[in-house]
Design a protein around this ligand. Structure first.
Ligand code: SAM
Length: 282
């Protein structure tokens, strides 16, 4: 029998999804993990009652956090992913043949084990790729002691509640910047500005103090309800955000990647902010 599962993320706004079947409901070492079937979204993963990803709309979030910085960079060989246990980000990053090494730092091995079994349509065989260096650790500890330098760092975290909270702090952002190679780009998930404005404004304040170019870009993901979602963008090379459409189109063609949301025109347009978001960012 189906039942409604209601996300617990905001004080006065809720997202409800009808669960036709609950595939899995258990506690990992760090979080409560549930996967259920929804007619519109396919399999839905929640952690501590917050939607993380779904089979049907994951491509939007993963494509925009992976391809946009990698194609803007133009020669990314080493990529760092913090979080991202469902494997969708890893799968997108590994599509780039020029990427030689991906270090993924995930706090919860349970999410990875589980995703390989129940969300194979999202992670595919990414966790078997020899370019992957998988580290089970808190991202904040990893960046504090990381000696390697990355061309692109992607923070694919949960919301700033529970284990993900540290990934939204100035300390974390400062240490994450230290993991970047010259010209490297840091991108972060910063929630839905209409409902979670503080996530974006705090990140932008921290990025402005750290980077020569601090910005944010947007994408609309149906299960992250409340309007477009914001992604933080930090780099010391402002030219990375000013690539011409021709250059992006050439890089995208050469990458030979099939996408369903990302394309070079969307890449450029994603940095255009509606006035209410531009005013928050300041
Ligand atoms: N797309 C998702 C969203 O925005 O809702 C994020 C998905 S991904 C499942 C988030 C991952 O971040 C989870 O697997 C979680 O275990 C991981 N995570 C949370 N806090 C972390 C930390 N401090 N260090 C490393 N990984 C962390």
């Amino acid at each position: 029998m189906s039942r409604w599962l209601v996300e617990q993320l905001h004080d006065d706004f809720q997202l409800g999804l009808k669960a036709d079947k609950v595939h899995y409901d258990s506690e990992t070492e760090h979080q409560r993990l549930v996967v259920f079937e929804n007619r519109t979204f396919g399999r839905v993963l929640t952690l501590d009652n917050v939607v993380q990803t779904t089979e049907k709309d994951e491509f939007i979030y993963h494509e925009m956090l992976a391809h946009l910085p990698i194609l803007a960079h133009g020669a990314a060989r080493k990529v760092l992913i913090i979080g991202g246990g469902d494997g969708g980000m890893l799968e997108e990053v590994l599509k780039h043949r020029g990427v030689e090494k991906v270090t993924q730092v995930e706090i919860d091995a349970g999410v990875i084990d589980f995703s390989k079994q129940y969300l194979a349509s999202i992670c595919k065989d990414a966790y078997d790729d020899p370019r992957l260096d998988l580290v089970i650790a808190d991202g904040v500890d990893f960046v504090a002691s990381c000696a390697e330098r990355y061309d692109v760092a992607i923070v694919d975290s949960t919301d700033p509640i529970g284990p993900g909270e540290v990934l939204f702090t100035d300390t974390f952002y400062g240490k994450a910047k230290n993991c970047l190679a010259p010209g490297g780009i840091l991108v972060t998930q910063n929630g839905v500005p209409f409902l979670q404005g503080d996530e974006l404004t705090n990140t932008m304040r921290a990025f402005r103090a750290l980077f020569a170019d601090a910005a944010c870009y947007l994408a609309t993901v149906p299960t992250y309800a409340g309007g477009p979602m914001a992604f933080g963008w930090g780099t010391d090379d402002p030219a990375k955000r000013q690539m011409s459409l021709e250059v992006l189109e050439q890089r995208f063609r050469e990458a030979g990647i099939a996408t369903r949301y990302y394309n070079p025109a969307v890449h450029q347009a994603a940095f255009a902010l509606p006035t209410y978001i531009a005013e928050m960012v300041g």
